[in-house]
Design a binder for this molecule. Structure first.
Ligand SMILES: Nc1ncnc2c1ncn2[C@@H]1O[C@H](COP(=O)(O)OP(=O)(O)OP(=O)(O)O)[C@@H](O)[C@H]1O
Ligand SMILES: [Mg+2]
Length: 359
């Protein structure tokens, strides 16, 4: 794992007046690259042959670096090229998906606290972080015999919740599990790793936060909800037909919608964000830096349950270009996650705090 001191050495050699913001061409790269451009930084997109078309057609990214697979960004030559351009990498969801814990070895400055990226891919670590921050989490169960109310059963590494199922008793758990195995959606062995969690009835909202080191404050940048196939299509099928076709609801994210919360909920949302920041400082120095997101369910009693945290920019912030209601109220100008990241880099550069936001 690369040490913070090595990153500090690296940025000593950087020309701070010629910084390049770099990222992988997927997830929220349009957001990140447009933000860099609008703040006057250089921008570079690392693309595969297939993803290039998007960034070329929107004309974002001063440079496009084509690789045959994203693993190539671990190669010496590519790293050297990126260093020459004084590149700061902005991690997003695809970094976790493609690089996993290899992201820890990448010898380039990364925006934010890279060790927290590995916390978000580990459900147990996530729970520890959120519990310590006094965030309300759905109850989890070690054993299916403990199921007495509706639960959602999740599996590690599931893409878009394929194979996840709902159950409300030990019997229905086993029945559904066998059905999923028969359909080839999960393997018998995976059942040992099943994560059984109370199913919270309510609506989803994903608040997007930004923890600024330059301003020493926490901002609520916006909020979204997801458009998920197939769960979001269930309401279009009458109950009788649902019983006949017996569909398996999955949660493949297809897009996002912006959300503004009932105003009286904001104080609780902001307090939750602050507690998450405070705890992050206790678990890894210097805590969370830049964007993060809580995946929550709001119940009819206006209780907020959080079932996941993302310790980096989330794709839901893409709905906020050029601004969300909240970012406009706060900044009085167009502001969105990608642009806010670039602004933070510039502000920290100007106040000699760059090393505090890079890892
Ligand atoms: N405890 C819960 N109660 C109600 N709904 C839930 C709960 N946990 C998850 N969901 C629903 O299931 C979906 C997928 O859950 P989750 O985010 O945990 O899966 P995931 O595999 O981590 O997916 P992703 O990586 O895309 O976020 C959520 O978007 C939400 O709609
Ligand atoms: Mg999730």
């Amino acid at each position: 794992m690369i040490q913070k001191s090595q990153i500090n050495e690296l940025i000593k050699d950087y020309d701070k007046d010629d910084i390049t913001v770099g990222t992988i061409g997927s997830h929220s790269a349009l957001n990140i690259l447009k933000g860099a451009e609008e703040q006057g930084l250089n921008s570079l997109c690392i693309c595969t042959k297939d993803s290039k078309i998007t960034y070329e057609s929107f004309e974002v990214g001063d440079d496009i670096l084509t690789v045959s697979s994203y693993h190539e960004i671990l190669n010496k030559e590519i790293i050297e090229k990126l260093k020459q351009k004084n590149t700061i990498l902005i991690p997003h969801g695809s970094f976790n998906a493609y690089l996993r814990e290899k992201v820890l070895d990448l010898s380039l400055p990364i925006f934010g606290n890279r060790s927290l990226l590995t916390w978000e891919t580990d459900r147990e670590k996530q729970r520890k972080w959120l519990n310590q921050a006094d965030i309300k989490l759905p109850e989890t169960y070690e054993d299916p015999s403990k199921i007495t109310s509706p639960v959602i059963v999740k599996f590690p590494g599931a893409k878009g919740g394929r194979g996840y199922f709902l159950a409300n008793s030990e019997e229905s758990y086993h029945e559904k599990a066998q059905k999923m195995i028969k359909k080839g959606l999960i393997k018998e062995k995976e059942l040992e790793k099943a994560h059984i969690q109370d199913y919270i009835i309510g609506v989803n909202a994903y608040p997007h936060f930004f923890r600024s080191k330059a301003e020493e404050e926490l901002e609520l940048l916006g909020m979204d909800r997801r458009y998920e196939s197939t769960v979001d299509s269930m309401g279009k099928i009458p109950a009788q037909e649902q019983l006949e076709i017996n569909p398996n609801p999955t949660y493949t994210v297809v897009g996002n919608f912006p959300v503004t919360a009932r105003e009286s909920l904001l104080s609780e949302i902001i307090e939750m964000g602050k507690r998450v920041v405070k705890t992050s400082e206790e678990i890894t120095d210097p805590g969370i830096v830049g964007p993060f997101c809580l995946e929550t369910v709001f119940t009819e009693d206006l209780e907020i349950y959080t079932f996941e945290i993302s310790a980096r920019i989330v794709a839901g912030t893409n709905v906020e270009i050029p601004n969300s209601s909240y970012s406009y109220i706060k900044h009085g100008e167009k502001m969105y996650a990608g642009k806010r990241i670039a602004k933070e880099i510039i502000d920290c550069k100007n106040s000699n705090k760059l090393s505090e936001i890079l890892s």
